[in-house]
Design a protein around this ligand. Structure first.
Ligand SMILES: [Zn+2]
Length: 310
């Protein structure tokens, strides 16, 4: 329960960041570069159809319209495409970050630096249209086991294509923190036991990362920058990125499921998964109040309806 003092502090924080959050939600999606963009480079007189200029052009600018198209596959070669994809992804990410945070907080750069240093849940590497390329590279990870499929079918119903989920162990993309990029879950080495099976940490982490899979399949890759933003906010407001994961504070604030940040949603769904692995209604117990159980059940209904993803 929050004390009156806590509530007023939260309200003050919320007012303080309201504008920023609104901006972040509306800032251009980094992944939008994958769309095809017509970019006419012809001089205006050519576009108007002036005869003199439509003759064989001497003007260097007078070249055919260029179609700028990010590659999702073929075209310029696999690695060339990747390098170009990385460049574009980072370019638009930093542009997006600049727009969203710009001059709003002086300390935000520091928060991001600290986040990247510690490893963000949804890493910077996973940003933007880079998601599709990462998936192509790592599509050979292991599939969910039959038991895991049953567990997650009970939670998500038909809103997640469980067959397309891949789990990868270790590697550069698990550095810093386990994370989900598109349909691929990158788990750190410490999630596995000596036999290569998931340990308790691994099972709990998988419950959490599966929620990001649901977000990806039901809302696209927006969850990634929403997650990083929430973690940066956690750093700024509470000095800890993990503050972003606190679904109970959202519950105490009366927020609807669709208004939770991506990490709050994932933590809530992971909690619900553990409390109801068979998919039945969650009941109050020592760790969950009656009102919290009702909140979790309402959220699960949204999840199973495919509603509320970032
Ligand atoms: Zn997460």
């Amino acid at each position: 329960m929050s004390s009156p003092l806590q509530i007023s502090r939260d309200q003050a924080l919320r007012q303080r960041f309201e504008g920023t959050i609104a901006k972040a939600r509306s800032h251009p999606v980094p992944g939008s570069f994958v769309d095809t963009v017509e970019k006419p480079l012809l001089p205006a007189e050519v576009l108007r159809g002036d005869r003199a200029s439509t003759d064989r052009p001497k003007n260097r600018l007078a070249r055919p319209p260029v179609q700028v198209k990010a590659s999702r596959g073929g075209g310029k070669g696999f690695f060339g495409g990747i390098i170009s994809g990385i460049g574009k992804a980072f370019g638009s990410v930093f542009k997006g970050i600049g727009k969203a945070f710009g001059s709003v907080f002086k300390g935000i750069g520091k928060a991001f630096g600290a986040l990247i240093g510690k490893g963000v849940d949804c890493a910077v590497l996973g940003l933007a249209g880079f998601v599709e390329r990462i998936q192509g590279l790592f599509s050979k990870g292991r599939s969910l086991t039959d038991d895991q499929k049953v567990r997650y079918r009970n939670v998500y119903g038909s809103t997640v294509d469980l067959d397309s989920v891949r789990i990868r162990r270790g590697g550069p993309l698990s550095w810093g923190a386990s994370k989900t990029i598109g349909n691929t879950i990158f788990l750190q080495d410490d999630c596995f036991d000596a036999n290569g099976q998931l340990n308790e940490l691994g099972k709990n982490t998988l419950d959490h990362e599966m929620a990001h899979i649901w977000q990806y399949q039901n809302g696209g890759s927006d969850y990634i920058h929403g997650s990083i933003f929430a973690q940066a906010m956690g750093m700024v407001t509470d000095g800890d990125r993990r503050a972003a994961y606190d679904w109970r504070s959202a519950f105490n604030d009366g927020l609807a499921f669709c208004d939770l940040n991506p990490e709050q949603q994932a933590s809530l769904i992971a909690t619900a998964t553990r409390l109801s692995p068979n998919g039945g209604p969650i009941e109050a117990r020592s760790s969950i109040t009656e009102a919290e159980a009702a909140y979790l059940n309402a959220a699960l209904a949204e999840v199973r309806a495919g509603r509320g993803a970032p």
